[in-house]
Design a protein around this ligand. Sequence first.
Ligand code: IDC
Length: 312
Amino acid sequence: MKTKYEKHGSLHVNNKGRLVDHNGTEVVLHGYSTHGLSWYPQYVNRDFFEYMKEQWHIDIVRLAMYTAEENGYCVGDEDNKKALLDVIDRGVKAATELGLYVIIDWHILADSNPQINKAESLKFWDYISKKYAAYGNILYEICNEPNENCTWNDVKSYAEEVIPVIRKNDPYSVILVGTPVWSQRLDEACANPIKIDNNVMYVLHFYANTHRDELRNIYSEAVANGLPVFVSEFGTCSADGNGGHNPEEADKWIELLDSNNTSFIMWNISNRDETSASFVPECDNYTGPFTDEDLRETAKWFVSVLDAHKQS
Ligand code: IDC
């Protein structure tokens, strides 16, 4: 069976805010996000990606590279940077060989405002967009979750500096921009969208056991206003990545996203001892195949969601 990338190739955002291929056909992507590349690089390997593609029917992998936490890109030395770039390269190549889309994610979190590490970011995106410009299956996520002490104006002016750096090297790839309050305030982006580029999508993140109708309403209104929205991270649990797995609330979200053809990616591939992790802590298998006992409840739920969304 052909993958979505093999069928559709490079994607872009059309003038109605939809993600489409070169024929204008709408494309919706589903997949898994790694945990931090500096915490769990062992899952970034071709065999595991192939397992997720063949058995779980993912279309896309998100490579989450923390910038501030746990040997993140902006806190380690040059060797640490080099090691992270190598993991990204391994992930991009594996995804590309398998015909998957892949997101390179500048995962700001403790560094709550993308302006904080902007100088590093500009260098990183120049390097990355030069290196991968010809690939066609890559999406660039330039700031995971702006949060405390960060306004939409901060994010927007950051994006207005990063986007031209990327575009100089790579005129075509889709760019994903996080929104304030841990990527929830699509309404602020809607009121004052980025004008310098039209191949941009705005990021929504939700954790179904925490975020419910209030956030669903913000999302619905943004989509109704034509804002291009991409869910590059979500969980079925609470916003801290832990707490209860809430399939009822998660199902409501999936139904709503489906009704708007919005792409979604689940957090996270790891065996960390937390509800949002895909594997139980005892599972030290990083390639597959996996048994049901290896998977946490959240991952079992998501595997069945992916199965229901698999292309015919
Ligand atoms: C969490 C991880 C956890 C780690 C923490 C670091 O699951 O293991 O200790 O980050 O601060 C997000 C973030 C994502 C979070 C996740 C769960 O993008 O990095 O991962 N989350 O808290 N936004 C909302 C929830």
